[in-house]
Design a protein around this ligand. Sequence first.
Ligand code: ADP
Ligand code: MG
Length: 616
Amino acid sequence: MADIIQLLPDSVANQIAAGEVIQRPASVVKELVENAIDAGASQIKVNIKDAGRTLIQIIDNGCGMSDTDARMSFERHATSKIRSANDIFAVRTMGFRGEALASIAAIADVELRTREHDKELGTFIHISGSEIITQEPVSCDCGTNFQIKNLFFNVPARRKFLKSNPAELKHIINEIQRIALANPEISISLHHNGSAIYELTGSNKRVRIVSLFGKQINQNLIPIDTGTTLAKISGFIGQPKYSRKTFGEQFFFVNKRFMKHPFFHKAIMQAYEKILPPDSIPSYFIYFDLDPADIDVNIHPTKTEIKFENESMIWQILQASVREALGKFNIVPSIDFDQAGSVDIPMPLHSFDEVNVPEIKIDPTYNPFETKTPTKSYSGTTSNFSQKPFERADTSNWQSLYKGLGKDFPEPDEQPTDEPVQFKIEEQQTAKSSVQFKNKYILTPVKSGLMVIDQKRAHERILYERLMAVLENHEVASQQQLFPETFELNAADATILTSILTDLRALGFDIREFGKNTFIINGTPGVLNTSGPVEIIESLLEEYKNSPVNLQEKARETVAISLAQASAIPYGHMLKPSEINELIDNLFACQTPNFSPKGKKILSIMPLDDFEKLLK
Ligand code: ADP
Ligand code: MG
């Protein structure tokens, strides 16, 4: 048989390699801006058109390239940053693999203009699909100017996988945020379709954080500064009262490189234990500086995880620093900080009275289960449901409750299925027999055993059906705020919010853009009865971002699901007996009481037999 193995042409090899490095427009932005930083630029301009589909332009005032280097830079494994494998352990540049430009040139149209500071003329190169189209001298500014057009023109599969423009733009904004925070001394601007998203002048960390996240963060930043032989840790943590329900202001950097580090994140969360409002995440901007030999950055090119040689030691130092900073600002009892590194002393809750406790706003009159005018959707759905909106019956009596609903208790043996559970009246049930367990579950005896209801999922289902009814019946009711609330989001979240504003309005939000990344809420959906609209919007964005259902035609449903999740009563919330009953009532008035809007089980029955087995 003839020999069949052949070497792949460079263009094909590069295209395959590109799949690793360049996943989306944001990857191009990241690689090119990092190159500009490695080139010593003090000013970097990023211009984007159509979320990077049409154009990504990066202009820097760095060292520029000679004509030979300009040509070489597009070769695979061509780098000026390392010479031998050993150099990797001392590398302080962002790049060193020499893959990015070769990859980008394999899958796009690239125009490069570059000039060294001591040269009169620069070089122009046009390369497309790894093929040099033009190379000629050009007069241009010193530094480097890359224009990337027609991204993925020869990789249709990639192009198809790109998300909507707001989603892709959000990725770009996130990359710029990370790089801007890591390099506060560098001036960076980001323009999209001609309008400025960021115009950041070089300064210090604090000013950079404020210009990215808004003025209101300033007084909430608590500085951190710890120097040990292993590592220097600096930066800021946010006051507990400033913490939000959404991820987005949590950043770790090591030697000016953004990293994700779930383990270190835990160190911080533990340091904040018991002083955070429920379900919220503190902001932090933490910079580690250490010997490059003590970390391993030679991982997958697009991954942001970094291995530390002395991880557990650094974990301890980090947690102690965060606690110390919180202590200095009187946020936790200072008793914790008498001994350095005393990270394990539990904080007594009752001593909160004596210290400056973070403010947690609680509206004592707020009843999350208060039934707003039940909507039409409950009527005429299936014969199991009452034709009239269910009136609150005497809650001390299960029987009357379920009569009112036209629902009975489950048959013995019956396990929840996709079908709505069939209920049968159980004679001696009383309301008192349902209890809340761990502030998370509701336990209700039924004939065949013990029914366990997940309180949050149950409430999500109830709210979701109400919201969908609003959409279906076009009966938008907005509950006007007494005092309209203005709030500012980071640019990434603002983009998402803008893209779902119409859907939110259809659900009853009266919300408008009010300047750059700022919004004003005048009203909330009547069916929700919310007390903290801004918090709801923040959690909504978080749920929406993490929502897999991202199809365009399901956008409304996704927003409704996210909103239901965001507004549902959280775990850890104690319910009054009347609220427990209300929740159960409303759940079984739903069309699909068994499953949460995201398809998770709401309830299950532990059979009586199991109890007997337990005690054998
Ligand atoms: P790496 O950054 O890993 O070295 P790249 O493919 O990103 O690989 O870049 C290849 C080389 O091109 C770099 O090592 C550098 O010498 C040169 N280069 C890239 N971008 C710039 C720039 N903006 N200014 C000056 N030189 C650059
Ligand atoms: Mg690079």
